[in-house]
Design a protein around this ligand. Structure first.
Ligand code: IPD
Ligand code: CA
Length: 278
């Protein structure tokens, strides 16, 4: 089945849907948004997250009735996450950076990846407030608003700008790992940045604006598109131990180079969020 997927059509359809969804998000971001709490008081969802996810899934189902979907809000509502299979599967975060969106802080995005036989073929990350559209197709490079982008090539930990997040969990062990890593790395690197969106943090590595991103607690919908973007921009995406990346592990380490990724991995206190996404 995967062999017959028309990836050009997939890209065209998803691009149009992202335009439509982006206009809704940008308009609503002009004011602070009402929200509900999901797993805890900093894991939030708004009516817009749900509406945009439905708009994207409905539009994609109309064009591709046999495709599958893993969507952040559907997974949250249904309890168990949908499983990734070999079928063409759209992995969707309708609003990544919901906390920013609630506060009208203009750093949120739609993040969508398409996997066929578990390989990511298309990745789109769109911040409609800033009109930044990051796109990648496997083997064809990474782009920002149609302009080719490249990872920085930085190898030196001492000169690295790192993106990370506190995340949306409050448990003590997780926060201890986060603080340990700040304590070890802040004195050794150029700096840390937190955009409040895992997908936009990865996009910054693809852009060459940041040199590293790592986070514990991400989900497949936070990182699917970003992984392809970083790889297509010439960067690397690994597990935070420096081993192979596992999209369901809820852990990510992306960097401009393998050397830099391994230098960061060597420093990190590890944390393994539960449950995994599979
Ligand atoms: C979260 C954001 C946040 C990151 C979390 C994500 P959401 O996604 O990307 O910055 O730290 O790991 O789950 O809840 O805004 O879609
Ligand atoms: Ca997210």
């Amino acid at each position: 089945m995967g062999d017959s997927v028309d990836l050009d059509k997939c890209y065209e359809v998803v691009s149009q849907l992202v335009d439509k969804a982006g206009a809704i998000i940008a308009k609503r971001n002009e004011t602070r948004q009402e929200f509900e709490e999901k797993a805890n008081d900093i894991d939030l969802v708004t009516a817009t997250d749900k509406e945009v996810e439905q708009l994207l899934i409905q539009g994609l189902i109309e064009a591709f009735p046999d495709h599958k979907f893993i969507g952040e809000e559907e997974s949250a509502a249904g309890g168990a996450p949908n499983k990734l299979t070999d079928a063409p599967t759209w992995i969707i975060d309708p609003v990544d950076g919901t906390m920013n969106f609630v506060h009208s802080f203009p750093h949120s995005c739609i993040s969508i990846g398409l996997k066929v036989k578990k390989i990511t073929e298309i990745g789109v990350i769109f911040n409609p407030m800033l009109q930044q559209r990051f796109t990648a197709r496997r083997g064809q490079g990474a782009f920002l608003n149609g302009r080719r982008i490249c990872a920085s090539g930085q190898k030196d930990l001492g000169k690295a700008l790192i993106t990370t997040e506190f995340g949306t969990q409050r448990d003590t062990e997780k926060l201890k790992a986060v603080f340990d890593n700040f304590q070890k790395l802040v004195p050794r690197v150029h700096g840390f940045r937190m955009l409040g969106s895992a997908a936009l943090n990865l996009a910054m590595v693809a852009l060459g604006a940041a040199d590293v991103n790592f986070e514990y607690g991400v989900h497949s919908w936070d990182v699917c598109a970003g992984e392809l973007l970083v790889l297509e921009a010439g960067g690397v995406v690994l597990d935070p131990t420096g081993d192979k990346f596992d999209i369901n592990s809820r852990r990510v380490l992306a960097a401009s180079t393998e050397e830099l990724a391994q230098a960061v991995a060597k420093q990190l206190t590890q944390f393994y969020p539960q449950p995994r996404d599979d």
